[in-house]
Design a protein around this ligand. Structure first.
Ligand code: ADP
Ligand code: MG
Length: 436
């Protein structure tokens, strides 16, 4: 690698750094935004009440769940044994086509109902009365557990006629349209709430759920008395708060972040998400690579043409690049060894910052719940970025150690696979328990 390239990468590291001092500052700002969000004041953290209390771990029965993330739709049937143990009866995964993501609302909800039908066929489930929890991972305003109005689409979705309307009502209509009205939608929730519900059903030390996949978000269990904006009488001590932390906007951005933001579907919004989540990491890295090609730091031919389309360097590919795999060979593009080294370095820099921001945000929430870390905290985390990106978890852990020193040992980052779906079934069970 030339000295010029080395210098460039050194500067790049600085531009993408989040040092311990900045992390503490971020925690301070996070707390301020959390407080304002809970009070119903203007805040980049929406702090949405979920109307869901944490589970007890004693709920029982078989429940259905739909998990609509950003890339896949999952349908699940889950059996809760009542002693903190969950068995999955069946899971089917469906890819969501671009046509469905950007089509009409009838098409969209008929597609979901079609997936439930296929799931029943594949798992030999004869139709019966079932309670279903609906994990819908987009910002929603809830006024009760089974009513949720979509604020705005994110993650590349733009189905017409859904924004500003109750998503449960729309799905119900589609169930009726397709003669599946024996299914009762008992709750709508966010994937992050589902992840926490699944995590805390199985583990009493879990009070926080985090998503690190296509998007990023978190929730935690908050004391009712702290949720100042909630004026209805709620008869429980705690409620899960969906933070919508992807919207946190008090982070310093660099020129690459600004470029990605400017060219995105929702400029100015979801600022933390755009620096952290799987949907954007590839695009950030690509923006850096293109800048380096244009300025003569990367010379291999063919790369630029490969990157012409937006979002065509995926975070999955970035993950392979980070671990030294030559992803370009397959496309017949030869990249000089020294350029590959540069690109690998970029992949590491971009993903490391993502992991450090995510860890700092977790630190902020843990400190909010337990300022001196007297207790142990198990964080339920779902999402392919956390699960599959090589070195991601380790980067998060070292950030937590920088922030808390030895006390970081009290925080455990726990992969809760398919938690967002399983949790919807758990929430459905909590509701059934309440009614019985
Ligand atoms: P969803 O967010 O739709 O629920 P996932 O949790 O599986 O789905 O996250 C999918 C995202 O995770 C993809 O958009 C991609 O950015 C990222 N991803 C997928 N595979 C990998 C991988 N092997 N390494 C790193 N990131 C990945
Ligand atoms: Mg998911």
């Amino acid at each position: 690698m030339s000295d010029k390239s080395k210098m460039f990468l050194k500067d790049l590291k600085n531009e993408f750094s989040l040092n311990t001092h900045q992390a503490h500052e971020m925690i301070h700002n996070f707390h301020k935004e959390m407080e304002m969000g809970l009070a119903g004041e203007k805040s980049s953290l929406k702090m949405l009440p979920s109307f869901i209390c944490p589970p007890k771990g004693t709920e029982k029965g078989i429940f259905l769940a739909i998990d609509l993330g950003g890339t896949n739709l999952r349908v699940l049937a889950v059996k809760l044994l009542g002693d903190g143990v969950i068995e999955t009866v069946g899971v089917s995964r469906f890819a969501i086509s671009n046509e469905v993501m950007t089509g009409t609302n009838d098409m969209f909800f008929d597609f979901i109902v079609g997936c439930i039908k296929t799931f029943f066929d594949e798992n030999h489930i004869t139709q019966n009365k079932y309670s279903l929890g609906f994990t819908f991972s987009f910002p929603v305003i809830q006024s009760s557990i089974d009513r949720g109005v979509l604020i705005s689409w994110t993650k590349g979705f733009s189905v017409s006629g859904v924004e500003g309307r109750d998503v449960v009502g729309l799905l119900n209509h589609a169930l009726i349209r397709n003669k599946m009205e024996s299914i009762h939608i008992s709750a709508i929730l966010n994937d992050t709430v589902g992840t926490l519900a699944a995590g805390s059903y199985m583990d009493p030390l879990c009070h926080m759920g985090v998503i690190l996949g296509t998007g990023t978000n978190a929730c935690y269990s908050e004391k009712i008395k702290n949720i100042k904006k909630l004026d209805n009488l709620i008869c429980s001590d705690e409620m899960i708060i969906n933070m919508e932390w992807g919207g946190f906007d008090r982070l310093e951005r660099n020129i690459y972040d600004e470029t990605v933001d400017k060219n995105s579907q929702n400029p100015g919004e979801q600022r933390l998400e755009k620096m952290v989540s799987g949907m954007y990491l590839g695009e950030i890295a690509k923006t850096v690579i293109i800048h380096m090609i244009e300025n003569g730091y990367i010379l291999s031919r063919g790369l630029q043409s490969m990157f012409e389309e937006p979002y065509n360097l995926t975070t999955e590919q970035l993950s392979h690049l980070s671990s030294g795999v030559d992803i370009f060979k397959k496309s017949g593009i030869h990249i000089a060894e020294k350029d590959r080294e540069i690109i690998r370095e970029i992949a590491c820099i971009v993903s490391k910052r993502s992991a450090r921001i995510a860890a700092t945000a977790i630190a902020a929430v843990v400190q909010w719940i337990d300022p001196h870390l007297h207790n142990h905290h198990h964080i339920a985390i779902d999402g392919s970025l956390f699960e599959k990106y090589s070195g991601y978890k380790e980067n998060m852990q070292s950030m937590l150690e920088e922030i808390f020193g030895d006390l970081a040992k009290k925080i455990t980052l726990k992969l809760t696979h398919d938690g967002s779906g399983i949790g919807a079934a758990v929430v459905s069970a909590i509701e059934a328990h309440k009614r019985s």
